[in-house]
Ligand binder design. Structure first.
Ligand SMILES: Nc1ncnc2c1ncn2[C@@H]1O[C@H](COP(=O)(O)OP(=O)(O)OP(=O)(O)O)[C@@H](O)[C@H]1O
Length: 277
């Protein structure tokens, strides 16, 4: 069963007694002038689970991810990573603290091979040391391939593509390289913002299977995705947002059936119109 969500207090599936959540949000808000993009969200994410955020366009999903990754300042609230406050930590330090992400659009370096692109993720693990090896454009200059790269390449089934350049790869494969780069960081928390956008069904199923396989490592994953079936197939627990707030949460198949969620997607006008017919 999904549950409607109180707007104060903390929500999320209960973790094993006594464990500290990987990520906790306490009353997080991000306002842009009068626009309350995120407006008082409290939740907890536990290790080894895949969480999803659904919601109609403009409901605040991307802003929430930007807040967690410190790319957008909080208007109010607290972020805790493994129980440690991070709402004042610079975005550039989050990788060193175990947070990795992929973006809505592919962001690979075109002049680097797959291996070198993934190595950038492995290098970001070492934090300050890596800062000293920044290239002229601000990107890290990759060093010799590390075991983390081979592991990430194997995990994402990219063997054979290591010496290819991004332009030689299909879109779906490029997205797998992005995920490989993120997991080469050895994160505790992986945020995936629409990782299957533009993919066909087979490629989507591959990403879903890849995410499921990474649960066994204790990795906590947070997925933003428009494809509802992908959410049902992939996530352990889903949060539904509308107008910057949580409106439901629970098992994915239940949340997508929740009347508040259906109304948020379809709109009251549409429902009223349907009733009058
Ligand atoms: N930098 C900004 N300045 C002003 N308003 C913004 C900014 N970023 C987002 N918004 C507004 O905040 C609200 C939430 O936007 P957001 O992109 O987080 O929603 P979303 O759920 O990710 O949407 P989509 O599914 O279309 O990506 C929208 O009304 C949007 O116009």
């Amino acid at each position: 069963m999904s549950t409607s969500v109180p707007q104060t207090g903390t929500s999320g599936p209960p973790g094993p007694a006594g464990t500290t959540p990987v990520l906790e949000l306490r009353d997080v808000a991000v306002h842009f002038g009068g626009v309350k993009a995120v407006d008082g969200i409290s939740l907890q994410l536990e290790s080894g689970l895949i969480y999803g955020i659904i919601g109609p366009n403009g409901s605040g999903k991307s802003t929430l991810i930007a807040a967690v990754t410190r790319l957008t300042p909080l208007t109010r609230g607290e972020l805790l990573l493994d129980g440690r406050p991070v709402h004042d930590v610079a975005a550039s330090r989050l990788a060193g603290l175990g947070v990795a992400r992929t973006f809505q659009t592919v962001r690979l370096l075109p002049d680097l091979t797959v291996r070198a692109n993934v190595q950038i993720g492995a290098d970001a693990r070492s934090g300050d040391e890596a800062q000293q090896r920044r290239g002229p454009a601000g990107w890290l200059r990759p060093r010799a391939a590390s075991p983390a790269v081979a592991e990430a390449v194997a995990r994402t089934r990219l063997e054979g593509f290591e010496d290819h350049y991004p332009s030689e790869l299909s879109y779906g494969t490029q997205r797998r390289v992005e995920i490989a780069r993120a997991i080469a960081m050895g994160p505790r928390l992986l945020l995936l913002d629409e990782p299957t956008a533009g993919m066909n069904q087979t490629e989507r199923a591959e990403i879903s299977a890849l995410m499921r396989s990474m649960r066994t490592d204790g990795l906590c994953q947070l997925l933003v995705e428009h494809d509802v079936q992908m959410m049902i197939d992939t996530c352990d627990y889903v949060f539904a947002m509308n107008s910057g707030r949580l409106i439901a949460q629970g098992a994915p198949a239940d949340v997508v059936q929740d009347p508040a969620v259906q109304e948020a997607y379809l709109g009251r006008k549409w429902r009223d119109h349907a009733r009058s017919e």
